[in-house]
Ligand binder design. Structure first.
Ligand SMILES: Nc1ncnc2c1ncn2[C@@H]1O[C@H](COP(=O)(O)OP(=O)(O)OP(=O)(O)O)[C@@H](O)[C@H]1O
Ligand SMILES: O=C(O)c1ccc[n+]([C@@H]2O[C@H](COP(=O)([O-])O)[C@@H](O)[C@H]2O)c1
Length: 225
């Protein structure tokens, strides 16, 4: 069976602590521009590259699920969350590749901050044999410096978005995604300081944070939430 016909898939991995509009818009623009059938949001469990989040994997997974409700083609994949080993993207992408077949387009979606560290990732060369990279500019992030592996990768593999549709893996597109200066770090700080993050993340996610008192949310003196 040709599995490629309707399986063009994007993968957005993240800590999602919490998921926010910057993530969703990033995923949506990739899906829309590349006519992807699905985008899987994959919350990571045991990050290898940063401190473990304070928020439990279950909360981060639930918030991602809430964010995807009613968004056509968006799915949450609990593959990393249900495993106890380190969350390496190469393993996740090999797993997705097995599910969608060799011929389908597979695109790993990331912001420029993540791409700037890409050559430190576990088995990054394998990732490029399994998936394309869709790299979005992010406010405050610069293109890789010219003495870096990431710069060399862009020299060799960067191409217009449409070229990602011509083969299953191995190319990189840098996209002028709508600039949204939103980060989970800033949101966590704002919530702890009593500043409402409304409209920077989906209403359902904000309601969940309030109900579960995440990120130091306290409901006293909060009349305008
Ligand atoms: N506002 C944004 N615009 C474009 N890409 C983003 C944005 N926010 C996050 N991303 C990308 O989404 C992926 C997952 O990000 P992550 O879950 O770490 O969110 P974050 O906001 O960067 O979190 P934190 O501030 O905790 O590091 C990364 O590839 C990151 O570059
Ligand atoms: O596989 C790796 O070595 C690796 C190293 C750094 C980051 N990643 C992945 O990149 C994604 C974005 O990471 P972060 O820190 O921005 O949430 C997330 O899915 C991480 O698991 C993966």
């Amino acid at each position: 069976m040709d599995k490629s016909a309707s399986n063009a898939t994007g993968v957005l991995g993240g800590t999602f602590d919490p998921i926010h509009t910057g993530h969703l818009r990033l995923a949506w623009e990739a899906k829309s521009r590349l006519s992807l059938d699905f985008v899987r949001l994959v919350p990571c469990h045991v990050p290898t590259h940063r401190e473990s989040p304070d928020t439990t994997a279950k909360h981060r997974l639930t918030m991602a699920e809430l964010a995807c409700i009613g968004v056509p083609g968006f799915e949450v994949d609990n593959w990393e969350i249900t495993r106890n080993d380190p969350s390496y993207s190469v393993s996740t992408l090999l797993h997705v590749r097995e599910q969608i077949g060799d011929a389908a387009q597979l695109v790993f979606i990331m912001g420029m901050d993540a791409f700037n560290q890409f050559s430190n990732w576990h088995e990054w060369q394998t990732i490029l044999t399994v998936a394309h990279l869709w790299v979005a500019h992010r406010p405050g992030n610069k293109l890789p410096e010219d003495d870096t592996t990431e710069y060399q990768l862009l020299q060799q593999l960067q191409c217009p978005a449409d070229e990602l549709k011509t083969c299953p893996a191995g190319k990189i597109h840098v996209h002028e995604t709508t600039a949204l200066d939103i980060s989970a770090t800033k949101l966590r700080q704002q919530i702890a300081e009593g500043i409402t993050p409304r409209f920077l993340l989906p209403d359902a996610v904000w309601a969940y944070i309030q109900q579960n008192k995440l990120y130091g949310y306290r409901n006293e003196n909060r009349s305008n939430d």
